[in-house]
Design a protein around this ligand. Structure first.
Ligand code: NDP
Length: 448
């Protein structure tokens, strides 16, 4: 980094937390975005704004003890990073996956701060999770784990302090088990303490679809403004086949695009006639099976082992929706060679820094996760609003609000990219637009 203050803040992060590579990556990207701006804001250094911004308010880490079906006690580790509450209570999902560690939770929480700052809604940033692996666990084991996890976490959350939601490995079933346990502990029906709830007890219509649909609404704006085109007739690859990927693919279809390949952590399926989403939904949501089954059941489709090879298939629009760092230099090379015109990040930080640089150098606009996938948390915040006013909005009403939010996120990011002299660089634009709002709130609230 050219600016001495930015470099100093980054060096301090490296020195304090040498073993947190994911966190370093996201902080580096963020600080680099401020290069053209930092000299105009001497108040940031004077008030330690950047130093405070890269240091979480707190992280709690705890043991989760639970009993498996054989009666054996199992131990996992849980975390909650409460990163920044300058513009609202902490808000962010809970992830259950064996790859979860403190660095992953910290990077996700940091991204949430900036993402939530873009949504136009009053929410701060946090994230939580556990290294628990839900794969192959019985329903009873999932329930006992969720109850044990939230029994540790409950004392740190609340509708005015920190409102968790789902993420990888945590869907409506897990939220339900955690909500039930919270009710038992608190002796109160506090609707807005968790989001992503079932529709029968305070969930919002279209929360399930929100992240995926939102990615497409954002990509639509990107295509219009930066490529003078639209989804109609374009081949699209959506990686993953979880909540985000499935509903992203559904909206691509509704907007006239053709999704030709999807994946899971084992491999990918290619269907030149367009992926049949009813089959994917049945395999992944009803049967909790592997994506390989798709090729067994749909004539003309093929399965290839190894999820990263999905980019051997050419596409015009790339929507990585699986996990962090799934697109590195090798994958970016293939995406460029395949004639891609735009990429929007559906998962959190699916592209490495190197991949983003390569895509930009090839003239391919990149919609960063914190903007492109903000539809999920936005709709979570709309769920909180409905809980607070004790009313439920219709699917169409929530969809309309989501669409407006995604348009405004794109516009704010694009305008900020122009203002700092990097027109069309949506990575820089998203960081700048959000940080200007949050840093202002931090300055106005004094030292804390
Ligand atoms: P799910 O658990 O529903 O699905 C995750 C999908 O990604 C599965 O298909 C899984 O395959 C696949 N996957 C996991 N690890 C890998 C890997 N290493 N390589 C390839 N594929 C992999 O999670 P979500 O769909 O909810 O989340 C996906 C991403 O979107 C995450 O980065 C999450 O943080 C982000 N996100 C989610 C939001 C939401 O509302 N759910 C909101 C904003 C962001 P398998 O079945 O084999 O495990």
């Amino acid at each position: 980094m050219k600016n001495a203050y930015l470099q100093r803040v980054y060096d301090q992060v490296l020195a304090r937390d040498p073993n947190e590579p994911e966190f370093h990556q996201t902080v580096h990207e963020f600080l680099s975005s401020l290069e053209n701006l930092v000299d105009d804001h001497p108040e940031w250094e004077k008030n330690g704004i950047l130093e405070r911004f890269v240091e979480p308010d707190r992280i709690v880490s705890f043991r989760v003890s639970w009993v498996d079906d054989e009666g054996k006690v199992q131990i996992n580790r849980g975390w909650r990073a409460q990163f920044n509450s300058a513009i609202g209570p902490y808000k962010g999902g809970i992830r259950f996956h064996p790859s979860v560690n403190q660095s992953v939770i910290k990077f996700l929480a940091f991204e949430m701060v900036l993402k939530n700052g873009l949504t136009t809604l009053p929410i701060g940033g946090g994230k939580g999770g556990s290294d628990f692996d839900p794969h192959g666990k019985s329903d009873g084991e999932i329930m006992r784990f969720c109850q044990a996890f939230i029994t540790e976490l409950y004392r740190y959350i609340g509708q005015f302090s920190d409102i968790p939601a789902g993420d990888i490995g945590v869907g409506a079933r897990e939220i339900g088990y955690m909500f039930g346990q919270l009710k038992r502990i608190n002796g109160q029906f506090q609707s807005a303490i968790l989001t992503g709830k079932g529709l029968t007890y305070g969930g919002s219509l279209m929360r399930t679809e929100a992240t995926g649909y939102g990615i497409c609404y954002y990509t639509q704006e990107m295509l219009k403004k930066l490529c003078s085109t639209e989804f109609t007739g374009k081949t699209v690859i959506v990686t993953g086949s979880g909540n985000v990927a499935i509903y992203c693919a559904e909206k691509v279809r509704q907007l006239g695009g053709l999704v030709v390949a999807m994946s899971d952590s084992n491999g990918y399926v290619y269907d030149p006639d367009g992926i049949k989403l009813d089959v994917i939904k049945d395999i992944k949501l009803n049967r909790r099976g592997r994506i390989k089954l798709y090729a067994d059941e749909v004539p003309g489709a093929t399965y290839t082992e190894g999820c990263r090879n999905i980019w051997d298939v050419p596409c015009k629009i790339a929507l990585p929706c699986a996990t962090q760092n799934e697109v590195g230099a090798e994958e970016a090379k293939k995406i460029i060679a395949g004639g891609c015109i735009a990429l929007a990040e559906g998962a959190n930080m699916p592209c490495t820094t190197e991949a983003v640089e390569m895509l930009h150098a090839a003239g391919i606009p990149v919609g960063p996760a914190k903007a492109a996938n903000a539809g999920g948390v936005s709709t979570s915040a709309l769920e909180m609003t409905q809980n607070s006013i004790r009313m439920s909005w219709s699917f169409e009403e929530v969809d309309e609000r989501l669409h407006a939010i995604m348009r405004s996120i794109f516009q704010a990011s694009y305008d900020a990219s122009v203002a700092v002299g990097k027109p069309g660089n949506l990575v820089v634009g998203a960081n700048v637009a959000s940080f200007l709002k949050i840093s202002q709130a931090m300055l106005e609230q004094g030292i804390y």
